[in-house]
Design a protein around this ligand. Structure first.
Ligand code: SAM
Length: 232
């Protein structure tokens, strides 16, 4: 599994999700039964629980799931995947997936998501903007991310009323903390050790070159992008 080798670092450094994004994605303030699909170490699960919902976390990677169980002990943590969700038909009000839907097999995952949702239930994909792109733009622009436009994301045979919104999710960082975050991105995890070190070192140099004060703290103006739809 790609992320399991850095499960601890993932839990420590990766961004969470703003409460307003979770509120908009779920569609109500508390009391929903929410499946967090591909829950990883529980970043989104924690936000779901904090809002007062019942959370079921499904995750295929055992190291990530172990981290989740200690980070969010009140969630129901279950091994499984988007293509094979270990839940009964119509058993959840909402399915959320944080930075996951680009990993799934859409032909198998979307019918599964529809199956576990109750009639009229909601599915939402959430993505935090990419820190590496933020660094790439530091030299040229103001470092903000561009708008995200994935209209027509969910298959219309299964889902309707698709809508999109983004939410500010700023984070304070130092060069070291931002580099530790970037080192948990899958594009680096799939490289061999020497190549990973070489690429991370060149990203670090670009970051230092782009910052006014590389020894201080700075704000990464990330956003959380949400695509939401209703089960037909
Ligand atoms: C980028 S991480 C996101 C984790 C967490 N949702 C978050 O927001 O921090 C992607 C997660 O998706 C999981 N994953 C990969 N393929 C999956 C699949 N087919 N079904 C469900 N989860 C999957 C990975 O194991 C990993 O934990």
């Amino acid at each position: 599994m790609v992320f399991g080798s850095v499960a601890r670092e993932y839990a420590r450094y990766r961004p969470g999700y703003p409460p307003e994004a979770v509120l908009w994605a779920v569609g109500r303030g508390s009391g929903a039964r929410v499946l967090d699909l591909g829950a990883g170490t529980g970043k989104l699960t924690a936000a779901v629980v904090a809002a007062g919902h019942e959370a079921i976390a499904v995750e295929p990677d055992s190291a990530m799931l172990a981290e989740l169980a200690s980070e969010v002990p009140t969630a129901d943590a279950v091994a499984g995947s988007a293509e094979d969700i270990p839940l009964p038909d119509g058993s959840v009000d909402v399915v959320l997936a944080g930075q996951v839907l680009h990993w799934v097999d859409p032909d198998r995952a979307y019918p599964e998501i529809s199956r576990v949702l109750r009639p009229g239930g909601v599915v939402a994909g959430l993505w935090n903007s990419d820190e590496l792109r933020w660094i790439e733009r530091l030299g040229g622009t103001d470092g903000t991310d561009e708008e995200f436009d994935w209209r027509g994301f969910f298959p219309t045979g299964l889902f309707t009323d698709e809508s999109h919104r983004s939410f500010a999710n700023p984070r304070p960082h130092t060069v070291d903390s931002l580099m530790s975050t970037i080192a948990t991105h899958s594009r680096f995890l799939v490289l061999d050790d020497a190549e990973r070190e070489k690429r991370l070192s060149s990203v670090r140099s670009a970051l230092i070159r782009g910052l006014r004060d590389p020894d201080g703290e700075f704000e990464v103006r990330s956003r959380t992008y949400v695509i939401r739809a209703t089960k037909r």
